[in-house]
Design a protein around this ligand. Structure first.
Ligand SMILES: [Zn+2]
Length: 360
């Protein structure tokens, strides 16, 4: 049995408020524990989006009532809220900027709006950018101009990892994360994922080429974090008229990566650096005392959505053979997951940005 520290996932979508038919704080944090994740950072593009004191309170109330693992919540950058969200920074996981989005209340049409957020958001709190390709280059420039850090979400392209590598070499304070799907899937996997329903393969960033996947593996040292970008949608939605982009990922990340460890594509230390040490450092997260994950590293099995805790009911990795199964998770000295059952109760998770409770 392999004993690991509780994993940290700095990029999940809990879908609450507004879309709890896909996922909510109960099922989403259950999925986290089943995947060996004991601390999640939740994204603000819910409905309504979390972008001021009132909506932030709405999200935190749901999380406080239902979360079964520890968490913190992002606030979203909008066109008119730079001062208002900065006032929430001490309680937030970080500021999320959607720089490739073309609609909604988190739309940032021109770069002067980005600058306002870079001016007001406190330097010691993370800014996370959804920025693909050239908008990624632009936000890295912004970080350099303001001499502060920026974290690039879910990179997937060769040109992206090479640019981040060059920026780091110049001393620009940029960090990045990669989700499991760009490490294990390419455009060529679309038919197998789709099974006749092309919407299932919809994800942003889109699945890339074999050359992109290889560039990510060849530049592993540039990747600071593995983050799932757990983005659940129901199969009915994925197979419907306007399939929303996104894959669930919380329950498949660790087994996929442990299988890669077994295949000697990376080491356990590589994995823990990117799923514990670096996220803790980049996002300024506290240690979780008496918290660990027990993994049967030799258990071989097939991934099946039917066995998962996520409400969305499917996975792009259906039928994949993996090696390494989470057997038990202990969170703050309490058994939180054992042999397929989530044991921690809704509301037992702590918001790590708030002063810690004395007990429970
Ligand atoms: Zn995302």
């Amino acid at each position: 049995m392999l004993k690991l520290p509780g994993l940290i996932d700095p990029h999940v979508h809990m879908r609450e408020p507004g879309a709890s038919h896909k996922e909510d704080w109960d099922t989403g944090t259950s999925a986290a524990l089943a995947g060996g994740v004991t601390l999640v950072l939740a994204m603000p593009n819910t409905n309504p989006p979390i972008f001021d004191a009132e909506t932030f309170d709405l999200a935190l109330t749901s999380a406080a009532a239902k979360a079964r693992c520890d968490y913190a919540h992002y606030v979203g950058a909008g066109p008119e809220n730079a001062r208002a969200v900065a006032a929430l920074a001490s309680q937030a996981a970080g500021l999320k900027m959607y720089l490739d989005m073309t609609f909604g209340q988190l739309r940032l049409d021109d770069m002067t709006l980005w600058q306002e957020h870079f001016q007001h958001w406190p330097r010691e709190r993370p800014i996370v950018a959804h920025s693909e390709s050239r908008s990624m280059a632009a936000v890295i420039l912004m970080a350099a101009l303001y001499d502060r850090s920026v974290h690039i979400a879910h990179i997937s392209l060769r040109e992206e990892i090479l640019l981040i590598k060059a920026a780091k070499q110049r001393g620009i304070k940029v960090t990045c994360e990669v989700a499991p799907h760009p490490l294990f899937l390419t455009q060529d996997d679309m038919p197998a994922i789709s099974r006749g329903h092309p919407g299932r393969g919809e994800v942003r960033p889109r699945l890339a080429t074999q050359a992109d996947v290889e560039a990510l593996w060849q530049n592993l040292e540039v990747i600071d974090c593995f983050a799932t970008d757990h983005a659940p949608h129901t199969l009915a939605e994925k197979d419907g008229e306007n399939p929303p982009p996104g894959f669930p990922g919380l329950e498949t990340a660790l087994p996929l990566l442990l299988t890669a460890v077994h295949a000697k594509r990376l080491t356990i230390d590589d994995l823990l650096l990117r799923m514990v040490t670096n996220p803790r450092k980049i996002f300024g997260l506290p240690e979780q005392p008496e918290t660990w994950v027990e993994v049967d590293e030799n258990a071989e099995y097939e991934i099946h959505a039917a066995e998962m805790k996520s409400r969305c009911g499917w996975t792009p990795f259906e039928g994949w053979k993996v090696r390494g199964r989470v057997r038990r998770v202990v969170l703050r000295n309490q058994e939180a997951f054992k042999d397929g059952d989530v044991l921690s109760s809704p509301g037992s998770g702590h918001n790590v940005r708030l002063p810690s409770k004395s007990n429970s």
